[in-house]
Write a protein that binds this ligand. Sequence first.
Ligand code: ZN
Length: 418
Amino acid sequence: MSTPSASGVLELHDHEEGDVERREFLGAGAAAAAGLFAGTRHSLAASPDNSGHEYRRAVELLERAPLIDGHNDVVWQYRQRTGNRLDGIDLRRDTSRLDPPMHTDVPRLRRGRVGGQFWSVYVPTDLTGPEATKAQLEQLDTARRMIDRYDEFEFATTADQVERAAERGRIASMLGVEGGHVLDNSPAVLRMCYEAGARYLTLTHDSTHDWADSATDEPRHGGLSEFGRAVVSEMNWLGMLVDLSHVHPRTMHDALDASEAPVIFSHSSARGVTDHPRNVPDDVLDRVADNGGVVMVTFVPSYVTDRAPATAADVADHVDHIRDRVGAEHIGIGADYDGITETPRGLEDVSAYPTLFAELLRRGYGDEELQHIAGRNVLRAMRGVEDVSARLREKREASDAKFEDFAPAAPTAGRAAS
Ligand SMILES: [Zn+2]
């Protein structure tokens, strides 16, 4: 997963097998031929949605309430393309001209009115044990250096810092660790990821590991193991958002039981619209509402619709569904740019967020609702986590517990035998 495939096409990480195959079939050349990218900025001009009244209103709205996206994989692109050498990708230039094209650069983030970004510091699950932890440190380092390099970015770890950066016209830059396997079962690693600046941990990636079941693998724990629940408690203590994208529905429920603080889905859509295991089931949506959490709707085409091509309207259907079910105060945006090669029509890169908001304006959303969806909801969740952390830190120290202290998984789980 971390090297180009035999066909020379990058296999990005965020998909089911079928999607990987589809991406390989499409390839960069075919994607260009299909008009997804052609090495120029024509993608915006080609979109039907960017000239009208609603588009201008959407831009104005996002200038007042900057967009905070939950998941972008540009840091992974550095690892794949340059071995984490920052000189190899200049984010001030048009990275859609690279081969294969990228979705993210500073000029397009500006056009997209992005005011805050959780940069994913992703490590694939084919790395395990200390090797995964080393790669995690390297990705955290790359993200921190990338944020330092560009004056347009400002490192942020709290909701207040995000707002201050946005007020200064900077893109607030937060870090999210994607995949609990990188902890190598060590709460110490979790705490040091927090110290390095990570403010969410996605409990699993595409594979079940020693303490949590993934949505796209065989479950072994019936959700979270006892140690997994302790990880959630320690995240509450630290002040880290629990990210439930990628996890099994039973893990979602267990984490909602265990967490005292709001949870997020950094890049997932609604299963009530598209029955994909990476999406959020309705009964979980109901609990996210009670929890004060946020589902950051993703643009991954196969999560957004069963049909091809996916469109901005399909993404808006997921926003509609979550609003109808639990209200707009539990919706955010987590596109997964540069973690995918295919994108919905109209949402081709990070400049496209106003197109989605124009679609939502056409559907009758009010300014207040849209400002909450753009970023205020996730800021509220961050503040909730910060408050819980402050309370817990008054009551106790960091936990002394270790993985070995917890009962092994049930015999059927396989871990005991391995
Ligand atoms: Zn992902």
